[in-house]
Design a protein around this ligand. Sequence first.
Ligand code: SF4
Ligand code: SF4
Length: 444
Amino acid sequence: MISQKYTVFNAVQNCFDSLDTNNFAVLGRREDPMWESPIIGVAAGDDPYYDFLKEHIGPFHWTPAEAFAQKYEDVPDPGKLRVISIAFPQTAATKVMQMQAGAFPCDNWLVSRGEWEPLIRSFCLLLQKELERNGIRCVCPELLSGMTWKRSEKLGLASSWSQRHTAYAAGLGTFGLSDGLITRRGIAVRFTSMVIEADIPAYGRVSEDPYAWCTRCGACIRRCPADAISSESGHDKEACSAFEDYCVENFWPEHIERGNYIFGCGLCQAGIPCSDRPPVREEITYRQIRPSDNAQLADLVRISLGANGLDIPGTAFFDPCLEDLYAFYQENPRDRYYIVAENPQGRIVGGIGFDRFDRLEDCAELQKLYVAADFRRMRIASRLLLKMEKEAAKRGYKRIYLETHSNLQPALKFYERAGYVNIPRPEYAVHETMDQFLIKEMLQ
Ligand code: SF4
Ligand code: SF4
């Protein structure tokens, strides 16, 4: 059964993929993407953190139900609302340029910040339409006409809806000294969010300590040309904004049209330990599959396939066993095996398994290796693969066969690096849509 989580996550990915402005055409480089694929977090609509935000930011900050009420007359119980927080990471190329910049941000940074408002508006309008088409009521707070900016006693100028605080509530990361949110893709990200009425499990915060992933290394302090960050008082918004005004007046590059661009400095977000990932490693547990993992695993597989255009017949997307992987692997535990990777909040963020492959001697078929988009680049896939291979060897398998698709280029490279060798399509292929076949002879 296709879940609402799949519907929502797939809609986010499709809307991102269909944006025709996600590139540096302004700089004559239409082929270069401006933002990487987004990662998504989920907060509960009745998360008490929103009450805390009313105290911390000010009474003008909305709860999810208050935002929802501005579009719909009948607001459901707040517990039935979810807030999906969507983080768009800067590309690796932009971060390298920004790291090499002196006391003025690089062109990529200026343009990606300057083009952000129209880009994200198009994205949110598309996403709203797509969710509504799927029968999911939704409100994008930043598109609401009631959105205001007021002076908050504790935080200076603040809006009725804080994207960064929402991202924290949605389990996307924790704050850094510079006030940015350190996500699993680093601190160089921009956010949007949507309040939706849908039955999706909330992720839970990374930590109750809002600064858990900031090591207070001070690299952002040293990178700031305006002395606007300190280890004692954090980020000085006034000094930051004064520096930005000064830069705009004195150093705006002539070859970039100023237009309505909002200036973004962001020098404190590149070339520092939290640019690309959290400097603190997240504890991941590897264990055998349990019945309670089924729903999360089915979503993980479907969302990963959907993001690569493989939500089609002839792929694992429609495998009959997908709804109850636990039962499938338990049915024949001597030949079959499945392990998952779980984060401290109980999210299943990866998995891998095998089954006896009768058509080749002493062979296991590698099955369903998936890692959630926000947990990639953390070596989780490598650890899963290694554990799976060890278990297969223990059970006497001498080779491992797998089927995959050419749409999954990073996965293909990953398998090749791990010693898997490409073979022509064999007669015994299992999934008709798959077009890549690999085998690994294991060392005895
Ligand atoms: S550079 Fe260091 S101190 Fe600054 S936000 Fe990142 S981890 Fe924290
Ligand atoms: S955005 Fe620029 S001025 Fe502001 S804190 Fe970061 S480095 Fe300093």
